[in-house]
Design a protein around this ligand. Structure first.
Ligand SMILES: C[S@@+](CC[C@H](N)C(=O)[O-])C[C@H]1O[C@@H](n2cnc3c(N)ncnc32)[C@H](O)[C@@H]1O
Length: 223
C-alpha cells in the first residue's frame, strides 16, 4: 500500500505515454473488452484499486457507468485532477457499498498488492451482482521475469507485488463463485516478436504477461 505514495502517483499516468506503456495499455484493454462483452446485462462497474482511474475513465468512455475506489489518497488526488468518473476513498477489504450495488466489480493490476487475495475477492463479489473481472500480471510470463529483474537494479512498485498464474486465479475465483459460476479468460502482452502471430486481444494461452479473467455468477442477470 505504501508503494502508492505521492511520488508513485505523480509518475503513474506518464508511464502510459511511453512506447511500452501505450502497447501494454492497448493490449490489456482489448483483452478486458472481450471479457466485458460477456457481461451482457450489467451496466455498472466498480473498479477496486483504481489508482489514477486510468481504467475507470476508459470504462466510462466505452459506455459503462463506472466508479473508482482506492485506498491511496495521492493516487485518488491524481485521479481527481484528471476528472471524468466518480471516485471513492475506501479499502478493498471493506467496500462501502451494499450487496449487489454494481453489475460487475473489477480489479486491474491490484490483486497483486493485496495481502489477503481471497478475502478481497469475496468482498468484491459481495457488491457485484453479475460477477468479477480481474486483470493480473502473469507470474509465468517473460514480462514478469523482466519486471522482477528490473526490480533488482532499481526500486519499482512491483517489488512487493505477488504475481499469479492462470491456475492460481481460477482456484481463487472458484472459491468465491456461487454454484455453477463459470469463468472465461485470455492472456495478452506477449514478447513483441509474437505480435503478428496472435490477436491483439490475446489468446487462450497461459504465458501472456497480462491475464484477463472473468467470473460469471449464476445469480446475476448477465449469465
Ligand atoms: C498498480 S495500481 C493499479 C491502478 C489501476 N487499477 C490501473 O490499472 O491503472 C494498484 C492500486 O491498488 C491500490 N490498493 C492497494 N491496496 C488497496 C486496498 N486495500 N484497497 C483499495 N485499493 C488498494 C493502490 O493504492 C493502487 O492505486
Amino acid at each position: 500500500m505504501s508503494a502508492f505514495d505521492e511520488q508513485a502517483a505523480a509518475a503513474y499516468e506518464s508511464w502510459y505515454q511511453t512506447a511500452e506503456g501505450a502497447r501494454a495499455d492497448a493490449q490489456e484493454k482489448a483483452a478486458l473488452r472481450q471479457l466485458l462483452d460477456g457481461f451482457r446485462e450489467a451496466e455498472t462497474v466498480l473498479e477496486v484499486g483504481c489508482g489514477t482511474a486510468h481504467v475507470t475513465r476508459w470504462l466510462g468512455d466505452i459506455g459503462w457507468t463506472a466508479v473508482g475506489l482506492d485506498l491511496s489518497a495521492p493516487m485518488l488526488r491524481e485521479a481527481q485532477a484528471l476528472n471524468g468518473v466518480p471516485l471513492v476513498w475506501g479499502d478493498a477489504f471493506r467496500l462501502p457499498f451494499a450487496d449487489d450495488a454494481f453489475g460487475v466489480a473489477t480489479l486491474i493490476t491490484t490483486l497483486e498488492f493485496l495481502d489477503r487475495p481471497r478475502a478481497s475477492l469475496e468482498e468484491a463479489a459481495r457488491v457485484a451482482r453479475d460477477g468479477l473481472l480481474l486483470g493480473v500480471l502473469n507470474r509465468w510470463s517473460p514480462l514478469a521475469l523482466q519486471r522482477r529483474l528490473s526490480g533488482l537494479f532499481r526500486p519499482t512498485i512491483y517489488d512487493d507485488a505477488r504475481f499469479y498464474s492462470v491456475g492460481a486465479l481460477k482456484q481463487l475465483l472458484r472459491a468465491v463463485g456461487d454454484d455453477g459460476a463459470r469463468m472465461a479468460w485470455r492472456t495478452t502482452l506477449y514478447p513483441s516478436w509474437c505480435e503478428g502471430l496472435l490477436p491483439r486481444s490475446g489468446a487462450h494461452l497461459p504465458w501472456g504477461g497480462f491475464i484477463a479473467i472473468a467470473l460469471h455468477q449464476t445469480h446475476g442477470t448477465g449469465s
